[in-house]
Write a protein that binds this ligand. Structure first.
Ligand code: MG
Length: 213
């Protein structure tokens, strides 16, 4: 007898989500990496945005818009999502999926290396209530530094792929990206400015709240 995994059991309880299925299929059809956030964490993003009342979200890494749909769904009427994406063609795909989900007016994109765009946002005096980090793993510690600079008090910071499919915990793995994610995880849980947790389902999800004081 085959027993479902924890994740499969949870998925079996939920109705099909046509907007997210369209995004998954579109990403596959475009030949883009099939590395969107896990479905249970997508729903968690929506809940966290709703529960925190975030008005301005910064996403680092749009890919095909799956997480963008989940984030934008949690926004209230005037809420906005700014998504940083390296590749114009990925941002175009992401926008088409978000628009088809009826959320197109909530989202904007900045194209280019986030390590160029993030300092621009600091210079502009931009502030955000919610950050979703899911881009170049080797830059995760720098993304966290910028999130802290750009955060309103009480902001939520979420980072995907805490485990890098097992490489984070494998002592024989020491690439720059693995070392960077280890450092990111350690800082998320030990930085005195943050309250945090790391969820161990799927590929791991680090969640922190920037203390208001
Ligand atoms: Mg990811």
């Amino acid at each position: 007898m085959t027993v479902m995994s924890n994740e499969e059991y949870v998925e079996s309880l939920f109705a099909k989500d046509l907007d997210l299925i369209r995004a998954i299929e579109g990403i596959r059809a475009q030949g883009m990496p099939e590395i969107s956030i896990a479905p249970g964490y997508g729903r968690l993003l929506t809940l966290l945005v709703q529960a925190s009342g975030a008005q301005n979200i910064l996403e680092i890494g749009a890919l095909g818009g799956y997480s963008g749909i989940c984030l934008a769904r949690g926004l209230q009427e005037k809420g906005r999502l700014l998504s940083l994406e390296l590749k114009q063609e990925y941002a175009d795909v992401a926008y088409s999926h978000i628009e088809q989900a009826g959320l197109g007016e909530k989202v904007g994109y900045r194209i280019g290396d986030a390590m160029d765009t993030l300092p621009e946002l600091v210079d502009e005096g931009a502030r955000f209530d919610f950050f979703f980090i899911d881009a170049d793993k080797g830059s995760y510690p720098q993304y966290l530094d910028y999130a802290l600079k750009l955060a309103n008090p009480g902001a939520i910071i979420v980072g995907d792929n805490s485990f890098m499919h097992g490489r984070t915990m494998d002592p024989s793995q020491n690439s720059n990206s693995v070392k960077a994610v280890r450092l990111f995880n350690e800082r998320m849980v030990s930085d005195s400015r943050l309250e945090s947790t790391i969820l161990p389902a799927y590929d791991g999800l680090a969640i922190a709240r920037v203390k208001a004081e």
